[in-house]
Design a protein around this ligand. Sequence first.
Ligand code: ATP
Length: 290
Amino acid sequence: MKYIFIVNPNSGNAKHEITLDFLQSKFEPTDEIVLKETKYQFHAKELVKEAILEHADIVVACGGDGTINEVASALVNTKIPLGIIPAGSGNGLASNLAIPKDIDKAIEIIRTKEIKTIDAGRVEDNYFFSNLGFGIDASVIQAYEEKQKRTFTGYMDASVKTLLNYKSKLFRIYIDGAIIEKNFYYLFCSNSNIAGYGISFTPNADLADGELDLLMIEDLDVFEQFYFSVLVLAKKIDIMEKARYRKVKKFSLESLDNEPISYQLDGEFQTTNLLKVKVEVVPNALKIIY
Ligand SMILES: Nc1ncnc2c1ncn2[C@@H]1O[C@H](COP(=O)(O)OP(=O)(O)OP(=O)(O)O)[C@@H](O)[C@H]1O
């Protein structure tokens, strides 16, 4: 078997040390192991294209959700399965798949577990495997990316600072033949049931149900924001009156503030020059070992 490992040496504050010698010691002498390190954002996508040309049997992403997103996106619609060694800070997708951060255990899963198929979400031309967030969720990730250290404390700090200053945005959502026009505080679309750091906004999401889970939360005052935070921790957001939670195959989102739409995609902040974006599920998009 030819395993090609794509490693982000800077993920998760670079505490991991994955070397070729280490990886070779974990596989059979007959296995061919190749290690490719990412050097910049989106480099992982180029490395996967090389891996496909080099006839990889399995491509393994070693990094956080951003690296996993890049590797997985380049494997969509190929027959090559993705393996994951979670080495990030949030590790949302790996948590949903029950792939532990312990490198030995993650490698054991790659060596012994089955190849399964999961859905992906797509916003315009970009895939997501874990989640996609607009409104305050995108702003929190933008503030988090500006921090030197990507840690849970950094994430909470970015969340609180963003919460205190955030003004909700006017959106129009086209969904299942209906139009919803509201000031939305939070719009979160998830394929996976864990967002990162063990936090779940969509506990009913299923990676392979052919649908995405959409959480829409209207404008909240300070007390409601506090209540929202408590319900997130209790995994009970669906009981909040201003929250709408539904499973969808596709929807479009239009900004009515005349501000181009920005979002977070698997934990990475992205800007666009678009006032309207289309989101849809891509069923059975990715082969993955877990
Ligand atoms: N050598 C590198 N130097 C700087 N950035 C890199 C490098 N390689 C990859 N990147 C980019 O760093 C970003 C973050 O990577 P990644 O998601 O793996 O780690 P993380 O942010 O620590 O983890 P998580 O997403 O789970 O919080 C990605 O956009 C990725 O493309």
